[in-house]
Design a protein around this ligand. Sequence first.
Ligand code: SF4
Ligand code: SF4
Length: 120
Amino acid sequence: MSHESPCLSCGACCAHFRVSFYWGECQSTGGTVPDELTLQISSHHACMKGTQSNPPRCVALVGEVGTRVSCSIYENRSSTCREFDILNEDGSANEACTRARALHGLPPVSFDNDREDSAA
Ligand code: SF4
Ligand code: SF4
């Protein structure tokens, strides 16, 4: 397992942004995200609990940012989480990822080696 995702030793994005999404993604409205881990922030949107706090940290994030992390609802996470990645769709570096990492004292992800997947 030489090409582990950098996300597994990061988690900065889960402890930097307010992670919001359409309310219909919650389980009670037919989606996948457990309602008890969310807050309704408008008539149409919810966010992951903890990501609205200062400092933010998603309640579903397990582990220590910058060391070892995982998402406790990985299979059920929102589209916002699924779509956030190290790279943009065009293959360029995601500047928001770099910014979140920097705020946690982490360098930008290196693309020197082939990358297989991301996991946060
Ligand atoms: S997408 Fe970027 S900020 Fe988020 S966990 Fe992965 S490397 Fe860290
Ligand atoms: S990927 Fe998981 S831990 Fe990170 S913000 Fe989304 S739900 Fe929270």
